[in-house]
Ligand binder design. Structure first.
Ligand SMILES: [Zn+2]
Ligand SMILES: [Zn+2]
Length: 270
């Protein structure tokens, strides 16, 4: 019986790796690029702009395609070029002035050895979900503190609230301290769970997508909060309320912390 279980789990693990191994081998074959200090900055900016692009296109199309307005939380709002450009400028500035020097320092401390084996699929998914749950908890505490202490709000978090209603490119419109804090939480969680480098990349893409979706102002039938059952995930409907009401929905993704501390403001079903 136990022999059967062992061989079954071995096949399962192996099939998980089989699926990811070609992806990992391809990335490892481009080691000169992926290990260069430029890669994290290029990866981060392209992922972010790539996630924002579909929503930016929808914003442009909105005045011409009235049906799209039905999916907007605030149907009468469209970001102007005067709002979009400073956001894009801030993202580029922060990556150039903070993210690049940080990765340069990390790179100078010695090359990271890439393991030859890809992670198992189940382990990758578990680690990504755990990283999201940990990040959600850490940012919840940070966020409550930066709203409850007026000096912290004024100095570090007010900038992120400048754009209300929110839009995709406003996601990373934040102070350098806020960006540093988010990056620090990510690093701690990845190190704590000893995530595989491929898992780290997948987590960054998922995290960036979810944060952009949170700020997009669009609610689709396939939005993450509609796909996760039991109202566990607040997503764009909840974060949009945070941006307009300030005193509720402090967790970026899940609802359990706000529910537990009485700061959950349910969004009206769309
Ligand atoms: Zn806030
Ligand atoms: Zn926000």
């Amino acid at each position: 019986m136990s022999g059967h279980n062992i061989s079954e789990s071995h096949v399962l693990c192996h099939s998980g790796q089989l699926f990811l191994q070609p992806v990992w081998d391809r990335l490892r074959s481009r080691e000169a690029f992926t290990q260069s200090p430029f890669f994290p900055v290029i990866f981060s900016i392209t992922t972010y702009v790539g996630c924002c692009l579909p929503f930016a296109i929808l914003d442009v199309l909105c005045p011409w395609v009235p049906a799209l307005r039905g999916y907007k939380i605030q149907p009468d709002f469209s970001p102007t070029a005067r709002q979009l450009l400073p956001c894009l400028g801030q993202t580029l500035y922060q990556h150039l002035v903070f993210v690049f020097p940080a990765t340069l320092l990390h790179w100078a401390s010695g090359p990271a050895l890439l393991p030859p084996d890809a992670p198992e699929l189940l382990q990758l998914v578990t680690h990504v979900v755990l990283c999201l749950l940990l990040f959600d908890a850490e940012f919840f505490v940070w966020h409550v503190l930066h709203h409850k202490v007026p000096w912290l709000y004024r100095t570090f978090h007010k900038m992120h609230h400048k754009n209300s209603p929110s839009f995709a490119l406003a996601t990373q419109y934040m102070s350098s301290w806020e960006l540093f804090s988010l990056g620090f939480f990510d690093m701690v969680n990845i190190t704590l769970l000893q995530c595989h480098p491929l898992t780290v990349m997948v987590f960054h893409v998922v995290n960036i997508w979810l944060s952009v979706e949170d700020h997009s102002g669009y609610e689709f039938p396939w939005s993450t909060h509609k796909l996760v059952p039991f109202g566990w995930y607040g997503g764009v409907a909840h974060h949009d309320l945070h941006h307009s009401q300030f005193n509720c929905n402090f967790a970026p993704y899940f609802t359990h912390w706000d529910r537990l501390l009485g700061t959950l403001q349910p969004a009206h079903a769309k």
